[in-house]
Design a protein around this ligand. Structure first.
Ligand code: SF4
Length: 248
């Protein structure tokens, strides 16, 4: 009997499971999105005090204050806090109780406690200088993926993506347009999109622009589609399913 060897064909990924992978937009579409966003931001972006600094401590304070809190409520407290605690050293020198008192009336009092703990750690372990690498930043208690990305791109000018609620809503509507944006797989895809969209330069402006656009134009209920420059490429708009994409 001849000895036949049976060749096993390479495993083929069935089309059904491939179809579940969300596509990344083509380079030309990403370029259009960047151009439209930055041009909108130059005309309509908000002039906020934390956009006029690259000081890592100031950026970190603003990012922690802005968690779950409206910009208008943060503005007066941000200035007041920085005049009271202008550096990691001055914050580390106070007590957690005093820091929490100074935080009033922002609420979510775990935030001043965490900020105070970070200040002490930065002073003790890093000689008062906030580290810029992802692993060290992620090691601080209370700094999640978004805040680490924000600190890296706003304070250290790194090409790092960010996705907050506003950005999730905007990128989901423009580039996905259907499905449940609360699904983990979609959220991960939006992070991938956010990275793929990053420009080579002007990362600071680009990330700030994403947040402003999501909070001023592509708002949760009644997005301002008639005046929106993204409309020609927006999946949610062209599918007519905008109501289904109302998100926080
Ligand atoms: S067209 Fe409407 S839904 Fe689409 S990005 Fe603009 S505001 Fe948002």
């Amino acid at each position: 009997m001849p000895n036949y060897t049976v060749k096993v064909p390479p495993k083929v990924v069935p089309p059904a499971s491939r179809a579940k992978t969300q596509p990344i937009p083509a380079p030309i579409e990403r370029q259009r999105f960047r151009r439209r966003l930055l041009s909108w931001y130059r005309r309509h972006g908000r002039d906020l005090p934390w956009r006029r600094t690259r000081n890592p401590y100031h950026i970190l304070v603003s990012e922690i204050m802005l968690q779950q809190t409206q910009v208008e409520r943060v503005l007066p407290k941000y200035e007041e806090w920085l005049s009271k605690y202008p550096s990691f050293e001055s914050l580390a020198a106070t007590t957690p109780r005093q820091a929490t008192r100074s935080w009033y009336p922002l609420g979510y009092n775990i935030r001043p406690k965490r900020l105070h703990a970070i200040a002490r750690e930065v002073v003790q372990q890093y000689d008062g200088q906030l580290p810029s690498d992802e692993d060290s930043l992620r090691a601080f208690k209370g700094l999640g993926e978004y805040t680490v990305g924000a600190v890296q791109s706003f304070a250290f000018d790194k090409r790092t993506p960010i996705v907050d609620t506003n950005i999730l809503r905007l990128l989901f509507r423009v580039f996905v347009g259907h499905g449940d944006p609360k699904r983990h797989a979609i959220k991960r895809h939006v992070w991938v999109l956010s990275r793929a969209l990053l420009p080579r330069r002007h990362v600071f402006d680009f990330n700030q622009a994403l947040m402003d656009f999501g909070s001023l134009v592509c708002v949760s209920r009644k997005p301002r589609c008639p005046i929106c420059p993204m409309r020609p490429d927006c999946r949610a708009f062209s599918s007519g399913k905008l109501r289904q994409t109302a998100m926080p």
